[in-house]
Design a protein around this ligand. Structure first.
Ligand SMILES: CC(C)(COP(=O)(O)OP(=O)(O)OC[C@H]1O[C@@H](n2cnc3c(N)ncnc32)[C@H](O)[C@@H]1OP(=O)(O)O)[C@@H](O)C(=O)NCCC(=O)NCCS
Length: 140
């Protein structure tokens, strides 16, 4: 996961293997995987958070990201969440398009939350979507 994350992220910085080890040991967290892609989420107290999502560069635009987000939303409902949140760099247009397509909308902004590789501050957008009550396989 750390190796794939390093191929996918500059802003925010990639996470080290220890970060993934800690998340995978946390009973509130869950990992969803596809060949060449993964997502880590957390659900607690009626809220779910999409912590990270990475699709290998050579595997993009084949629907893997959208499939993982759909699986995340389903798992979030199964774990009792009524709403889902995530943070995304304002400059990350591919991810913003994916999240808009999967029902997320802007709920807030953290100014200068990230740094670009050149040291420039980059805002994080907080995105939110509500989750329907019934957990139906395949529904979003
Ligand atoms: C963002 C990311 C996860 C998208 O994964 P993906 O598997 O390529 O996405 P999908 O193929 O499922 O695309 C679903 C939709 O998202 C949007 N999208 C995805 N990549 C896009 C791009 N480069 N430009 C514009 N829209 C894009 C499109 O609407 C796309 O639908 P379409 O292909 O029918 O037009 C992937 O680019 C990635 O891993 N990026 C680096 C890490 C990252 O930014 N993670 C999210 C951080 S919060």
């Amino acid at each position: 996961m750390a190796a794939l994350h390093a191929l996918c992220f500059t802003t925010p910085s990639p996470w080290p293997a220890t970060a993934f080890r800690n998340l995978l040991n946390d009973p509130l967290c869950f990992a969803l995987t596809e060949a060449e892609a993964f997502l880590i989420g957390r659900a607690v107290a009626g809220e779910a958070e999409l912590l990270t999502l990475a699709v290998a560069p050579q595997a993009r635009r084949r629907g893997l990201g959208a499939r993982l987000v759909t699986r995340f939303l389903y798992q979030a409902r199964l774990r009792g969440a009524g709403e889902a949140f995530l943070e995304v760099a304002e400059t990350n247009q591919p991810a913003r398009s994916l999240y808009a397509r999967t029902g997320f909308s802007e709920a807030g902004r953290r100014r200068g939350y990230y740094r670009s590789p050149g040291g420039q501050p980059v805002d994080a957008l907080v995105l939110r979507r509500s989750l329907p009550n019934a957990a139906q396989p395949g529904s979003t």
